[in-house]
Write a protein that binds this ligand. Structure first.
Ligand code: DLL
Length: 432
């Protein structure tokens, strides 16, 4: 890791506000959001009416539980603009999910929403250790995905020099890093690994670049991958979380000085954790599905949006606002194998402890007669013989058996043959 210490900088007053001040603001904003959603969104008016709730019934955060959940299904049904709560003419920008797991979902922002988003992204980058005047290499994809443009606006807002590279063309990414000497890089953690591989291929030492901080997110990643990235690239690796339905990147951010989970910007997004099966709210500290209520969004307010992401809420540390632990996985990426629940992050954690194996892998689901199977496909690490990698693969299978309690196959494929992505890596492949 580098000895980089960002210069001290002034925070937004709300970032250091007392619990009481924060709560008062959240309650006022919640009441406004509920009134706005009921008055202007046909979806929410119908959802409230169906269960007999009126905006006046929501006096504060304690009443949140009486509001209906919002799901991805609701957004799909409203395709394309059915969830907007302002006339389309007032929507300044549209983003959309790729729709790999179903129909794409569309989100919209007023000019005011875009300003809020840029401010929160700037707050996130500042917490990550970025400072005005630094050069930021943005390798999140530009386009309908919120990563590229979201990070871009926040970096400009903070006063950075932004290099809008987008994802892909990895050879060029490496050249630009060498030539422009950025301080900060923003990318998915798996794409950062691919960039590091390309540096090595070009004979550039990944630990010798100008990079000081990597702001990695948009997909689940573990503390083991943090260690791998920090050692290999000699930078600080911090986690950034967000989702388009809520705003995009900049919903929650890990602080450079603590690296202990992500502070949720609760003055704009109110979090709850619910039991994924029953929907009952669980107390802070307990695992479950993350649910968000937007508190300031105008174009597309969301009430109790079910993210499908699994984590737990923890008290504040570097900032008073609560933290969420690194995401374990998504409910739809959970593999149930012979009654045992497995997340790709658990595999990642064990795989990265095998230095003879590359950090690239996929979980391939298959069938053996009536039985479901799981094969972890991975590659030998650079310079490792197939025989040594095969031994490490057998050891990995043993460790998976001993810690997760389930038998999987580990298949070592030639270097470069595990699928790569310039954005979100597809961890689970279903061949059943
Ligand atoms: O991935 C927004 C984003 C861009 C976040 C750049 C961070 C950096 P979506 O494409 O809508 O938005 O995907 C949202 O990605 O529900 C999670 O399942 C996953 N995800 C996002 N950040 C993290 C993270 C962007 N830090 C979905 N850790 C979310 C784990 C994450 N999963």
């Amino acid at each position: 890791m580098p000895d980089y210490q960002p210069v001290p900088i002034t925070l937004d007053p709300i970032e250091t506000a007392s619990a009481g001040e924060l709560r008062a603001l959240q309650e006022e904003r919640l009441r406004d959001t509920v009134r706005h959603a009921y008055a202007n969104s046909p979806h929410y008016r119908a959802a409230f009416d169906e269960i007999g709730v009126r905006p006046a019934d929501i006096g504060g955060l304690d009443d949140l539980g009486s509001l209906p959940f919002t799901t991805k299904e609701d957004l799909r049904r409203g395709y394309p603009f059915g969830m907007f709560a302002v006339p389309r003419e007032q929507v300044a920008r549209i983003h959309a999910s790729s729709g790999t797991t179903g129909q794409s979902t569309v989100v919209g922002y007023t000019a005011g929403d875009l300003r809020t988003w840029a401010k929160l992204m700037a707050r996130s980058l500042r917490a990550a250790g970025a400072r005005p005047g630094q050069l930021l290499h943005n390798a999140y994809g530009y386009g309908l995905f919120t990563g590229g443009l979201g990070v871009h606006a926040g970096a400009e807002e903070l006063g950075c020099t932004v290099v809008p590279v987008s994802g892909g063309m990895t050879e060029r990414q490496v050249r630009l890093i060498a030539d422009f000497r950025p301080d900060i890089i923003t990318a998915t953690p798996t794409y950062m690994l691919a960039i590091a591989d390309e540096m090595e291929r070009q004979g550039i030492d990944p630990a010798g670049t100008s990079l000081k901080v990597g702001v990695f997110g948009a997909e689940p990643w573990t503390d083991e991958l943090r260690r791998t990235l920090e050692e290999r690239l000699a930078l600080h690796a911090v986690d950034i979380y967000g989702l388009s339905e809520v705003i995009g990147p900049g919903v929650a951010q890990e602080c450079l000085e603590t690296k202990d989970g992500l502070h949720i910007w609760e003055d704009h997004f109110y979090p709850e954790i619910v039991d994924p099966a029953s929907g009952a709210t669980v107390p802070d500290g307990q695992f479950g599905e993350l649910v968000f209520t937007s508190l300031t969004k105008q174009a597309m307010p969301v009430l109790r949006y079910r993210t499908g992401d699994l984590t737990r809420l923890l008290p504040g540390t570097a900032r008073p606002m609560r933290r969420m632990e690194k995401i374990t996985g998504r409910t739809d990426d959970m593999i149930i194998l012979r009654g045992v629940n497995i997340f790709p992050t658990q595999i990642e954690e064990l795989l990265l402890r095998q230095p003879a194996l590359a950090p690239h892998f996929q979980c391939v689901r298959g069938k053996d007669g009536p039985l479901d199977t799981l094969t972890v496909t991975t590659e030998p690490a650079a310079g490792v013989s197939p025989e040594t990698a095969a031994d490490a693969g057998r050891e990995l299978a043993d460790r998976i058996k001993n810690t997760i309690g389930v038998t999987v196959a580990v298949e070592i494929v030639p270097a470069g043959s595990v699928e790569r992505s310039a954005g979100k890596m597809r961890r689970v492949v279903d061949h059943r």
